[in-house]
Design a protein around this ligand. Structure first.
Ligand code: AMP
Length: 368
């Protein structure tokens, strides 16, 4: 994480990804503009780095120039007027390729196209390193796009926040942490599912139960289901790689979520690390691990009772139940440590009325 002025930014797009995008964009330019002697117009300040990378990869005759769009208050009207500064070349009859670092609303591009068409260019093409489709409000077709990105505030690779960050060789995004991400923890039968249902309504969060997702896949005989079944039936953990990929996919299905309740995940340290990485890529973190604490014998009784109606084979057999509880303590209690070290662990008494337990959980969540 880096700090620029008063804001924090986290890594977003690595240098090799940016480089690969410019390779492809430049090779398309090279292919399309082999004998038109184009004049590349870099839009300052943001595009300087992108322009130099494109130039290095363009293998035909060409020229390059830079412009700035300056807006100033019109003297006779109160509206903003935009003026192009810096262009000395005669561009009439030329192929102009405008090189932009980023296109978001498209206002700047629209202005530039109007200005260059007025100057009598034979054609005006647009190449942008980054493009935010969600923010774009114009119909103008962008001829060359390096990378489409979500509507986030980014810096680096020429782009700045109040002047800083242009020299970063990778792209960072603003760290925005309005999300509440709860890891709901506790041994099998502790009431995680029940409480998650209540809490997701109350706090408008997306509930992801890895156990439920596996069971759904088993029921629908998917590839994932078949793979997971053999482990689940024995009360063992599904391998990390399978579980982590599945969880990432579930989180990605909810890009607008205000936060998540992770139920049954993470169960291993590798899963916890991967969750931290995933949330960090969204500018967020785990807010807290809230753990329901319930005595083993109470758990066994609850699960046997549930097994009479749940149809879950892993609830029907006391041996499997005891193994799941043992696996929980052996392999997953380590996570209590993991989150305790980060001051994020909250133990909550899980015995009592459902609403009473919800109250206890809420009193923790409300302080986050
Ligand atoms: P649950 O419904 O959370 O008790 O999960 C039921 C079963 O699904 C577990 O006993 C595991 O076999 C599998 N499972 C669920 N979540 C995970 C996870 N995070 N990692 C590995 N296996 C999992």
């Amino acid at each position: 994480m880096i700090t620029l002025h008063d804001l924090k930014f986290i890594p977003f797009i690595a240098e090799d990804k940016i480089s690969a995008a410019i390779d492809e964009l430049s090779s398309n330019l090279t292919k399309d503009l082999s004998d038109s002697n184009p004049i590349f117009i870099g839009v300052l300040n943001g595009a300087f780095m992108f322009v130099s990378e494109v130039m290095k990869r363009f293998h035909h005759e060409c020229e390059v120039s830079f412009v700035k769009l300056a807006s100033y208050d019109g003297t006779e009207t109160t509206s903003n007027v935009t003026k192009l500064i810096g262009l000395q070349e005669d561009v009439s009859g030329r192929t102009v390729v405008i090189l932009e670092d980023i296109v978001d609303t498209g206002n700047t591009i629209e202005e530039l196209i109007t200005i260059f068409k007025d100057k009598g260019c034979s054609e005006v093409k647009i190449a942008t390193l980054f493009f935010k489709p969600e923010a774009y409000t114009k119909d103008i077709k962008l001829d060359y796009i390096g990378m489409k990105i979500p509507n986030r505030f980014i810096v680096g690779y020429g782009l700045d926040y109040n002047g800083l960050g242009r020299n970063l060789t990778e792209v960072y995004q603003l760290k925005q942490d309005n999300m509440t991400n709860l890891v709901l923890f506790g041994p099998p039968g502790a009431g995680k599912g029940t409480q998650a249902e209540v809490l997701k309504q109350k706090y408008d969060l997306v509930h992801i139960s890895t156990g439920d997702v596996f069971r759904y896949n088993i029921k629908n005989a998917t590839e994932l289901g078949t793979l997971a079944k053999s482990y689940i039936d024995k009360g063992q953990l599904v391998p990390d790689e399978v579980t982590i990929n599945m969880l990432n996919a579930e989180v990605d299905k909810n890009p607008e979520a205000k936060g998540f309740i992770f139920d049954g995940f993470p169960r291993t340290e590798a899963q916890a690390d991967s969750l931290a990485e995933l949330l960090s890529s969204k500018g967020s973190t785990v807010s807290a691990m809230v753990a329901l604490e319930v005595d083993d014998e109470v758990l066994v009784q609850r699960l046997l009772e549930r097994g009479k109606t749940s149809g879950r084979p892993d609830d029907a057999d006391e041996g499997v139940i005891r193994n799941r509880i043992k696996v929980y303590y052996d392999e997953t209690a380590i996570l209590k440590n993991y989150y305790q070290k980060q001051d994020k662990y909250y133990g909550v008494d899980g015995v009592g009325d459902i609403s009473e337990i919800t109250e206890r959980l809420s009193s923790v969540i409300d302080t986050l």
